[in-house]
Design a protein around this ligand. Structure first.
Ligand code: ADP
Ligand code: ZN
Ligand code: ZN
Length: 729
């Protein structure tokens, strides 16, 4: 038999695609899943295309074992976009394509929507009577007879007996009952009225709607509570009226059950979600609904931007400044940037929404790549919260909180208000320090202190997850004179319980919400106002609407002023404004108090007095002067190994390889040890590449990647390339 040749992308850290013989009679289509031998294993790869010739010698050439699909699981336009992303992020195509697929498809499960079984009693010509001893069969028969002609779901027959199936089989064998397998798709019915739009909302909706069939990027810049979600809802409806699908990306959907509910109340049609809270099966089902074009609205986290969407007509990236949009391992794409590229390819609008735009997006507005749509006032009666700095130098502190701050809480609580205390650190205290010898309890696998978790008497490393029991003696000198230094949510909640014994307090962080259902339960106590004090980490900052909240206290904003990363300040500003935005979202005005030991810091002053935009403008000027992103382009080559020298040596080889091919002005900084050199027992080093031209960075990376697998040190460590890194850790 004549065999043809195909290129297959295989999930492997090696660059390049691999050639195989195609002995199947089926047509070769890019995007089909195939089982191919790879090394000693058989893996699921994706067909990239047919080729005429190969460099692989005939005796080494292997054949595709099996083709899983009749139709490509990744359509052609998406394949092309993912190929672009593989080149842009310098990540192997096989892994890029594989991250676009739900887990079950990666494992070779069929790309088919689940069906439900239905049974129907056929119209009778004549029926002999059933045997006397077949009671269950008789019951099933009667049940179907009452619904003669109507399909009845298997689920309703199961109630009759555990042996219903064998009894039913008797009826089927007699030719009385017919079985049907039906795909049931979710359909949602809106049940809430839409409010009348404010003028600015209406303008934003109009601008987005007019470009529904052309590419245009928008920055919907709306203060917290200004009704951005309402704008999305209108645009989604408009898209649906034109038969188009909308993709809505939100950071960590599972943290904001309120948002999903709101979409369900307001939108009709097929709504599906794609996020990590779903089971593999649910995820596959929802993904297939999106991919076969049935879903009208797809609400998902980061990876939903990689799903096939044949009728795509609108992309919304909510909270576009949020770091969780950037994948931090494997295929390190930024979902916002990918969304923009996708909209461009597709010819549809993309809306980036936020109260605190990333500096990247602000810069794109200046450069004319994005159109800014401002929402400057809050919807309804709500007024913007008042921010103020609270100088805590030389003040009496009660567990890290000033007496004045606690007084303010008392006042708000007495006035029927609700109080949110924000501290971006979980656990009891970040350090356990010996008063006699000065040693801190450190992680044995990382360059980091262990955090004290008082409730379960443990020390935990927040970087690698190691744990050990909370020691009673210093681990160095055996002294019992140990001090818990610094504050976390657990400690603050305990301190507040002592200050306000009659007030109910809820703590919301990753520890208190680990078990299923806990987060929903705690949030509902917060939303209803039953809990009057909320203590939490940034989990509380995102998107929540607490109607009774009047006072927000930010305990540790100073940390952002001294962060090690060039983006620390930007993130501090965003976090403060986002947390502050939880306050006063209804009738009562909100107050925000920021504790600081740097009340004269000009950046804090600007943020508090003039707001985020003024703050961002100043901070961006600093970035420009320092030639940092978005005014230059970066990539980070990271390496880690059990031995620090191996990681370093490999990066030196990378430097040499870069020198050898260097084109254009490229700064190569390093190698240096990572800011936290040891993590999980491995040593990490990094090399920073920077250029004022995207093309220079990209060309140099392309040349590097062509040979990087063959560098002698590449096998001795784990390495990765991060294009447009969001943190330099
Ligand atoms: P954002 O997404 O900008 O934080 P939301 O869309 O959640 O703001 O709106 C904040 C609140 O204002 C919500 O309770 C919402 O129902 C309400 N809202 C939004 N738009 C309007 C409007 N045009 N008229 C009345 N209420 C509105
Ligand atoms: Zn000691
Ligand atoms: Zn650790």
């Amino acid at each position: 038999m004549m065999s043809r040749l195909v290129q297959v992308a295989v999930p492997s850290p090696l660059y390049g695609v691999f050639d195989y013989r195609w002995t199947q009679s089926q047509a070769i289509l890019p995007g089909l899943r195939v089982a191919v031998p790879f090394g000693r294993r058989v893996v699921t790869g994706i067909v990239v295309g047919e080729i005429d010739q190969t460099d692989v010698p005939a005796d080494k050439m292997k054949a595709v074992h099996r083709v899983y699909d009749n139709e490509p699981v990744l359509p052609y336009d998406l394949m092309q976009l993912l190929q672009w992303a593989s080149r842009y992020y310098h990540h192997p195509l096989g892994e890029v394509l594989s991250s676009a697929l739900p887990v079950l498809l990666r494992r070779g499960k069929p790309a088919e929507l689940a069906t439900q079984e239905f049974f129907r009693l056929l119209p009778a010509t004549e029926r002999e009577s059933l045997p006397r001893n077949a009671a269950i069969q008789q019951q099933l028969f009667n049940y179907l007879l009452e619904r003669e002609g109507q399909p009845v779901a298997a689920a309703s027959l199961r109630a009759f007996s555990s042996s219903w199936r064998s009894s039913l089989k008797g009826l089927i064998d007699r030719g009385w009952v017919q079985t049907q397998s039906v795909v049931t798709l979710p359909v949602n019915e809106a049940n809430a009225e839409a409010p009348v739009l404010l003028a600015e909302q209406a303008e934003a909706v109009a601008a987005i709607q007019t470009s529904l069939s052309t590419f245009q990027g928008f920055l919907l810049k709306g203060v917290t509570g200004s009704g951005k979600t309402e704008v999305y809802l209108r645009c989604i409806e408009a898209a649906r009226a034109k038969g188009l699908q909308s993709l809505i990306m939100v950071p960590e959907i599972s943290l904001t059950p309120q948002l999903m509910l709101r979409f369900e109340q307001r939108l009709s049609g097929c709504l599906v979600s794609l996020h990590s809270g779903l089971s593999d099966t649910e995820r596959l089902q929802n993904w297939l609904c999106a991919a076969n074009g049935h879903a009208d609205v797809i609400i998902g986290t980061r990876s939903s931007v990689l799903a096939p969407l044949p009728r795509l007509g609108l992309i919304v990236v909510d909270e576009e400044h949020d770091n969780s949009l950037k994948q931090q391992d494997g295929f390190r794409y930024h979902a916002r940037d990918f969304a923009i590229m996708r909209a461009r390819n597709r010819g549809c609008p993309v809306v980036l929404g936020t109260a605190t735009p990333s500096f990247e997006s602000m810069n794109s507005v200046r450069a004319g790549r994005l159109i800014e749509l401002p929402l400057t006032r809050r919807a309804g009666d709500a007024v913007p919260p008042r921010l103020s700095l609270m100088d805590i130098r030389r003040r009496k502190l009660i567990e890290g909180m000033s007496d004045r701050l606690i007084d303010s809480m008392r006042t708000h609580l007495a006035d029927e208000g609700q109080v949110l205390v924000f501290i971006n650190r979980r656990g009891f205290s970040p350090i356990l320090l010996c008063n006699d010898c000065g040693a801190a309890a450190d992680c044995r696998r990382c360059d980091a202190h262990m955090t004290v978790h008082a409730k379960n008497n443990r020390l935990r490393c927040h970087h690698c997850g190691s744990e050990r029991p909370l020691p009673e003696h210093c681990e160095s000198c055996r002294s019992v004179n140990l001090d818990r230094v610094g504050y976390g949510t657990e400690r603050i909640a305990a301190a507040l319980a002592e200050q306000f014994p009659d007030i109910s307090i809820v703590r919301i962080d990753r520890d208190s919400t680990r078990r299923k259902g806990e987060l929903e339960a705690q949030l509902s106590r917060a939303v209803s106002g039953e809990a009057r004090i909320l203590v939490g980490t940034q989990m509380l900052a995102k998107g929540h609407h607490f109607p009774k909240l009047t006072l927000v206290c930010i305990l540790d904003a100073d940390r952002g002023l001294f962060g090690t990363d060039f983006r620390s300040l930007e993130h501090m500003g965003q976090l403060v404004v986002q947390v502050a935005g939880r306050a006063g979202r209804e009738k009562k005005a909100g107050t925000v108090m920021i504790q600081t030991r740097n009340p004269d810091n000009p950046m804090l002053q600007t943020l508090v007095q003039e707001g985020y935009e003024a703050f961002a403008n100043v901070a961006m000027d600093d970035r420009r002067v320092a030639e940092l992103p978005p005014f230059s382009f970066m990539a980070l080559v990271r390496a880690e190994a059990a031995d620090a020298r191996q990681a370093h040596a490999f990066l030196l080889e990378v430097v040499q390889a870069l020198e050898h091919h260097r084109s254009g002005l490229l700064d190569v900084l390093g190698p240096v040890p990572a800011p936290m050199e040891r993590l999980g027992g491995r040593f990490r080093a990094q090399l920073l590449l920077q250029s004022d031209k995207r093309s220079t960075l990209n060309n140099n990376l392309s040349r590097l990647c062509a040979g990087i697998d063959h560098l002698p040190g590449a096998r001795k460590c784990r390495w990765s390339i991060d294009v447009d890194p969001v943190d330099l850790f």
